[in-house]
Design a protein. Structure first.
Lengths: 516, 259
């Protein structure tokens, strides 16, 4: 809990920065746009329709779309303007949240302006106002309470949706929620939820006060609400200034996907580089699976751990398996280097493969020890998998090779799968072989007797820039080759998942025990 | 002072005003009289270009109104609206001060002028200055509307049924008050109404509009004695019939008090 509270100021400031920037940007776009289209039916309907469509895209999806969209745009701007765009981190989150905030502000601007009595607009012209006078002195002041009401709706939505920006690499209160859910640290989830809800309530209340003050024309009330909002903006702006001053020398950024093993390994790699070379490092946790690879390729993170089979199946699109692990490793390393300029610094020594698992007693009752024996029972069984598994080529191969057809496929957070199968919510899961909860929950892994699942060696992947400019960091990582076996990894995962230890602490312990 | 020359306004296929020519002398009050849809408000709004004429032109003090930007033109012309149109988010004082503010008067001069006008329309400045339009009665709003129209010391004033929505007593009082005021200030006024009695009481001359065309223009006496067509004659007959009703009751009341 103390650890979570220590992280709170940083996450809260980042969340506030994201939220306020998106809201200010949305106001800067939506209010002029609303003014331009108000009372022009032909423009108003399609524009509000378009904003409405954006609104119906789920927040997480909108955030996810921004990453490839920005990457494409970035290639274009780099070629034409020499301008590099960062497709993960603050920018994609900012754009998605701004789009999200547009609709309520735009709609209320249009409605607010449309609601101003036309007789008053004519009176304003009649007393000698220019069109801009009319807007500034009459139309906008009269529409303001409605516009501010739209801002309030947008603020509450954006504070909530911003917690989903963690997987695209933007720091927010969502970091508590995502990492807490993965590492079963419910204190972290609680702190994240409470802080996000508190922030939403605070903004809602401040803007409500502003709105009421505008409507009842109480100037002191409007002034104090504006002053407090300006204070929040200043706090966020100071937060921008501080890291900008600090990170002048480039840090090596180590990414992690959204599960415990990745948190532990990212901390481990960061500590290893720092220990051996003294170079500054930083970890960027909870990246979406493909986001991590795109980020490495684009140079927005420098190092992360992936698995040979994942590269084999999803990036190289290979279905046929060579006879052994080493062969896959070699081909993967060759492919990464040739196609993407990415260097494989080390294979850590363990595999974390997909494996089908069942509760041990259930498997015994059905007489199932191998996947080939499962096919006959599958139509009466439900299978649970992580978010991506049922979309992955490995799943297609498994289904084809074994003729598997389950009664239902259920996607869920990977950290919940083990509990789900232990409690009988699902009958089979697509377990990660290094997860400590396999043994702890008495789960039996079924043998892949027809060899459909590729080997998944954990490999440390290094981006082109660090590989070229900081060979000492690559050497430090190469020193980790073969140092972690599956049992070791399982114990470290379990220490976090069930022992409640911090990933960084587990990583430090491992390094301390490493023989130089 | 004001010349309307062959003025016309067309909306699609319908003619709102057709071939209208009129002159208003300096210091004169001309009433535009007619039923609803006769084109009187359209005509008034063409004078300060709230509506742009389709044909013809308007000259004020010999100058074509199209030579000025619309907002500059309107700052020199007082205008009071049928719906009053006070700005609800501004105090009485700031409503009255709008046009002088747009003209860039000094704050001191504006403050003095606002008090002068509130006194003129018989609203105690200290009591009314800071009130909002929503806190005023209909009659008070009409008077603030007049004060706003007169604020920048215009020579020409356009009034669109300024006493339209008032109870009979207030209306009668404001009519008499305004009749005296405009003579004292020497204003040139175009006054739109559909009320015959108001037209007769206030107008130096009356222009009768019927379906967008000028039916007749002349002094109240000329219109009563020599109506140009059946419509004007019928219009002039209404106050006579009302007067006859009133006379009959007055005579009956007089006989009753004698007996």
């Amino acid at each position: 809990m103390a650890e979570q509270l220590r992280l709170l100021p940083g996450y809260l400031t980042a969340h506030l920065q994201l939220t306020l920037s998106a809201l200010l940007l949305a106001v800067a776009i939506a209010v002029p746009l609303g003014i331009a289209v108000a009372r022009r039916r032909r423009l108003e309907t399609p524009l509000l329709g378009l904003a409405g469509v954006v609104q119906t895209i789920p927040g997480l999806a909108l955030l996810a779309i921004m990453v490839p969209a920005l990457a494409m745009l970035g290639q274009l701007t780099q070629r034409t303007l020499g301008l590099e765009l960062r497709s993960i981190g603050f920018l994609p989150a900012l754009i998605a949240l701004t789009l999200y905030a547009l609709l309520p502000i735009l709609r209320n601007t249009v409605v607010g302006i449309g609601g101003v009595d036309p007789a008053l607009v004519e009176a304003a012209r009649g007393v000698g106002m220019t069109e801009s006078d009319v807007l500034r002195r009459v139309t906008l002041p009269l529409a303001m309470p409605v516009i501010v009401a739209g801002l309030r709706t947008a603020a509450v939505w954006v504070v909530g949706t911003a917690t989903l920006s963690t997987p695209v690499g933007a720091t927010s209160l969502g970091n508590f929620i995502f990492s807490g859910l993965q590492t079963r640290n419910y204190a972290a989830v609680g702190v994240g939820c409470a802080a996000a809800a508190g922030l939403a309530l605070l903004l809602d209340q401040l803007i409500r006060t502003l709105e009421a003050g505008l409507r009842d024309r109480r100037r002191s009330q409007v002034a104090s609400a504006l002053l407090l909002l300006a204070g929040l903006c200043a706090w966020a702006a100071l937060g921008f200034a501080a890291p900008a001053a600090r990170s002048s020398s480039r840090e090596i950024v180590i990414g992690a996907k959204t599960f415990t093993e990745q948190y532990v390994l990212s901390e481990l790699l960061a500590a290893r580089i720092a220990e051996e070379t003294g170079l500054p490092t930083r970890t960027l946790p909870s990246l979406g699976s493909t986001v991590a690879f795109d980020a490495l390729r684009a140079g927005q993170i420098d190092v992360y751990v992936d698995y040979s089979g994942t590269v084999w199946a999803t990036l190289m699109r290979r279905a046929q398996l060579p006879e052994n692990r080493t062969r896959v490793l070699d081909e993967v390393a060759g492919f990464l280097s040739a196609e993407h300029g990415i260097q494989v610094a080390a294979a850590l020594g363990f595999e974390n493969s997909y494996a089908l698992g069942m509760r041990a007693d259930h498997a015994r009752r059905l007489g199932v020890a191998r996947i080939s024996q499962l096919a006959a029972h599958a139509p009466r069984l439900e299978i649970g998998g992580d978010y991506e598994f049922f979309q992955r080529p490995e799943w297609k191969t498994l289904q084809r090779v074994y003729g598997l057809a389950f009664a239902a496929e259920r996607s869920m957070d990977s950290s919940l799968m083990y509990q789900a199968v232990a409690q009988g919510e699902v009958d089979v899961i697509t377990a990660f072989s290094t997860d400590g909860r396999i043994a702890a929950q008495d789960i039996k892994l079924l043998e892949d007797d027809r060899g459909a699942i590729p080997p998944y060696d954990a490999i440390v992947m290094v981006g082109a820039r660090v590989a070229r400019e900081q060979p000492e960091a690559v050497a430090a990582l190469a020193g980790l080759a073969g140092t972690i076996d599956a049992e070791r990894m399982r114990r470290m995962n379990l220490a976090v998942d069930q022992g409640g230890r911090a990933p960084a602490e587990v990583a430090r312990e491992f390094l301390a025990g490493l023989v130089r | 002072m004001i010349e309307l020359e062959r003025l016309g306004k067309r909306y699609g296929a319908t003619l709102a005003v057709e071939d209208l020519s009129l002159e208003v002398a300096r210091g004169e009050l001309l009433v535009l009289l007619g039923g609803s849809g006769s084109g009187k408000t359209t005509t008034l709004k063409m004078v300060n270009r709230l509506i742009e004429p389709s044909t013809g032109c308007v000259r004020i003090a010999g100058r074509d109104t199209r030579e000025l930007a619309p907002h500059a033109l309107r700052r020199g012309i007082g205008y009071s609206f049928q719906q009053v149109g006070l700005f609800p988010h501004l105090s009485v004082a700031r409503n009255v001060a709008i046009t002088p503010q747009l003209l860039g008067w000094s704050a001191q001069r504006i403050a003095a002028r606002v008090d002068e006008l509130l006194n003129l329309v018989e609203l105690e400045p200290s009591a009314f200055r800071e009130r909002r339009p929503g806190q005023l009665s209909g009659g008070e709003q009409q008077r603030v509307g007049l004060a706003r129209a007169l604020a920048a010391e215009p020579e020409v004033v356009l009034l669109d049924e300024p006493f339209g929505a008032l109870d009979p007593l207030t209306r009668d009082r404001l009519q008499r008050w305004f009749g005296a005021l405009r003579r004292r200030l020497g204003l040139t006024v175009i006054f739109v109404t559909h009320d015959m009695v108001e037209a007769l009481a206030l107008g130096d001359r009356i222009a009768v509009l019927n379906r967008g065309c000028l039916a007749q223009v002349g002094t109240p006496t000329e219109l009563l004695n020599a109506p140009a067509d059946a419509y004007v004659a019928e219009l002039m007959a209404t106050p006579r019939r009302q007067a006859a009703v009133v006379d009959r009751f007055l005579a009956a009341a007089a006989r009753a008090s004698e007996a």
